[in-house]
Design a protein around this ligand. Structure first.
Ligand SMILES: Nc1ncnc2c1ncn2[C@@H]1O[C@H](COP(=O)(O)OP(=O)(O)O)[C@@H](O)[C@H]1O
Ligand SMILES: [Mg+2]
Length: 261
């Protein structure tokens, strides 16, 4: 699908103007494990969606499928009305359009911070080196690590590394940013510095999907909470509704566990 209707009459196959990421009836198995079960999820432009749920419920697989780090068995995923490309340059561009921030930072260890944020712009976006470097410095400044530009990732704290990872994704001018438990590997005193950068992005209108257990972030930044359990989307609601009045027993049980520790 190209964003233009080709199947006249099938109106529900045409993405609405504001839809950016659309998953329709997505299924995925790992062997016998049905890890994504009939997932329907639409993320509109500028929306911040927090995905929560117990460990093993399929949250990471969902994010990875949107970035095509995992293939799906059936269903459709479109970004901006276009199906996910299979391979090659198109796939590299998709990965640039869909910025991904992982729990484990995933910076290139043998490149400096500045090189980490410059590389993709030159290789994938074909920017000239000078412009890419200037943009990288501006982004490093924006996430508060400008002074670290010439260091290697291992010389930075976890919170600093994660902010570099965010800058690296932003350097590609992504259409949407996916965060998969971006603060879970951090020491407690570094969590806020990363959440603040994410809050800022949300305020600026970035479309974001955030897997997190940080309920404060969900309450203050999310437009919508999606609750997953056992490979299914069990509930979707505003943070207000979800936290004050979860409907399913699974969500009630999950919230009682994470809110009372
Ligand atoms: N590459 C894989 N091969 C086999 N099983 C996997 C793989 N990745 C994830 N799983 C399993 O799929 C389920 C969902 O995993 P995941 O998406 O990581 O859940 P979550 O992020 O919600 O904790 C888990 O049971 C996990 O063990
Ligand atoms: Mg996970």
């Amino acid at each position: 699908m190209s964003g233009v209707s080709v199947t006249k009459g099938a109106d529900d196959a045409v993405p609405a103007a504001g839809d950016l990421v659309v998953l329709s009836n997505v299924n995925k198995h790992f062997g016998a494990l049905h890890v994504l079960q009939d997932i329907d999820l639409t993320i509109t432009r500028g929306e911040v969606v927090v995905v929560i749920g117990p460990s093993g419920s399929g949250k990471s697989t969902l994010c990875r499928a949107v970035n095509r780090l995992e293939t799906i068995d059936s269903g459709d995923i479109t970004i901006d009305g276009k199906p996910l490309p299979q391979e090659g340059k198109e796939l590299a561009r998709l990965r640039a359009d869909v910025g991904m921030v992982f729990q484990s930072f995933n910076l290139f260890a043998h490149k400096t911070v500045l090189e980490n944020v410059t590389l993709g712009q030159v290789k994938v976006r074909k920017m000239d080196k000078k412009a890419a470097t200037e943009k990288a410095r501006a982004l490093l400044d924006r996430v508060g690590v400008a002074e670290q530009a010439d260091k290697y990732p291992a010389q930075l704290s976890g919170g600093q590394q994660q902010r570099v990872a965010i800058a690296r994704a932003l350097a590609m001018d992504p259409k949407v940013m996916l965060f998969d438990e971006p603060t879970s590997a951090l020491d407690p005193e570094m969590i806020n510095e990363v959440l603040e950068v994410m809050q800022q992005l949300a305020r600026e209108g970035m479309t974001m999907v955030v897997v997190t257990h940080e309920m404060g972030f969900a309450r203050s930044a999310a437009n919508r909470v999606v609750f997953m359990a056992d490979g299914k989307i069990v509930e979707e609601a505003t943070p207000e509704e979800f936290f004050s009045n979860p409907r399913s027993d699974r969500a009630k049980d999950f919230l009682s566990k994470i809110l009372h520790h």
